[in-house]
Design a protein around this ligand. Structure first.
Ligand code: OSB
Ligand code: MG
Length: 368
């Protein structure tokens, strides 16, 4: 594989409704569309870093810089087998997993198109539709949370995740559980607690939750281990897992019983597959997280979630849950059994709506 040109486009898309998490309110979502050119074929990827460093230290600004000045120049001067070699190619660049994942995804799409295989086929996917749920932001009142939850259940989502933060945790979760005793329910704190303040979360342990996602710091494995020992509910790590080594160490320590895999956060599809395989060997279920992606990243998430050890529903919702207009021609819809179909066409199986990109474009560059 020889990449002749890479194009980056910074886009900013308006969410249909603001999404509040413990780290702030997201009303517009930035991302970088990555295009890799080789032999007349274009592969597309999406870098999921957001405008602000609230979820992770990376931002669309840092990712742009690292891609433009370090990652792309290295890839342009090499000839290599394909995307599985990409992590080695960029191993001299520390961190910046989201920046790396954006380009790696474009290489997967490219290789899939060249060889005529869908990403799911390339990875060894075993299902053509995947179980999905919806992630609900913090609402102003419990009543509003219950109303929004009811709306998503009406639409057919069978698994609900609610965002929590100190002061808006046990009460909100009890309200949803009270209304729906049998609902598949989980919570996500996005690193808002310390070991001390997490004491307030103990009542969650009696609510039959599927899991409690990332209660403690984004860079912490040890305190999650201490917390997991107090809870019977599985702790699930999101922010803390940046690569397969972190996953192995977290499992060895007992810091987590479930892993949320986001291909952006862990440096791409190759690392995601490695984490999946490691967890599968140890009987640890994984599920596919989301970053409010455009159709590009959503297609990748669906392909990833078709792997066998994705045992819990993913945060992969229908296009109409996020955006009025997406940048892909394809629109992802929810089936009546709370699943979304895995794309079948070569690579990511999506095509870009260039007019839609132009409507949300902030800037673009081509390298070399
Ligand atoms: O922590 O899972 C998270 C969105 C942006 C940043 C972090 C997270 C989320 C979500 C939304 O929970 C998942 C989605 O529907 O894409
Ligand atoms: Mg999360």
């Amino acid at each position: 594989m020889k990449i002749e040109k890479v194009k980056l486009t910074h886009v900013r898309m308006t969410l249909k409704a603001p999404f509040e998490t413990s780290f702030g309110v997201i009303d517009t979502r930035d991302s970088i569309l990555v295009e890799a050119y080789s032999d007349g074929v274009i592969g597309y990827g999406e870098c999921v870093a957001d405008r602000d460093p609230g979820y992770a230290y990376e931002t669309s600004g840092t990712a742009w810089h690292i891609l433009e000045d370090f990652i792309i120049p290295q890839v342009l001067v090499k000839t290599f087998e394909g995307p599985t070699e990409f992590p080695d190619l960029v191993s001299g660049i520390r961190g910046h997993q989201m920046a790396k994942a954006g380009l790696e995804l474009a290489l997967w799409d490219l290789q899939g198109k060249q060889q005529g295989n869908s990403l799911s086929e390339m990875l060894g996917g075993v299902r053509d539709k995947v179980d999905v749920g919806v992630s609900i932001g913090i609402k102003s009142t419990k009543e509003e949370l219950l109303e929004v939850t009811a709306n998503y259940l009406d639409l057919g989502y069978k698994r609900i995740k609610i965002k929590i933060k100190p002061g808006r945790d046990v009460g909100d979760t009890q309200a949803v559980r009270g209304a729906y005793p049998d609902l598949k329910l989980q919570v996500d704190a996005n690193s808002a607690y310390t070991l001390e303040t997490a004491e307030a979360l103990m009542p969650l342990d009696d609510l039959g939750l599927l899991l409690i996602e990332q209660p403690l710091s984004e860079d912490d494995l040890w305190d999650h281990r201490v917390l997991q020992q107090k809870f019977k509910t599985p702790i699930c790590l999101d922010e803390s897992i940046h690569d397969p080594r972190h996953a192995r160490q977290a499992l060895e320590m007992g810091s987590t019983k479930v892993i949320n895999i986001k291909q952006g956060r862990v440096g791409g599809i190759t690392h995601s597959k490695a984490i999946h395989d490691l967890c599968q060997d140890q009987n640890i279920p994984v599920w596919c997280g989301g970053m409010l992606e455009t159709g590009v990243g959503r297609a990748a998430n669906l392909a990833l979630a078709s792997l066998p050890n994705f045992k819990l529903p993913g945060d992969i919702s229908a296009t109409d849950r996020y955006y009025e207009e997406d940048i892909t021609e394809e629109v992802f819809i929810l089936n009546s059994d709370s699943t979304i179909n895995v794309p079948k066409s070569p690579g990511l199986g999506i095509s870009i709506n260039q007019d839609a990109v132009d409507r949300v474009k902030l800037k673009t560059i081509s390298l070399p």
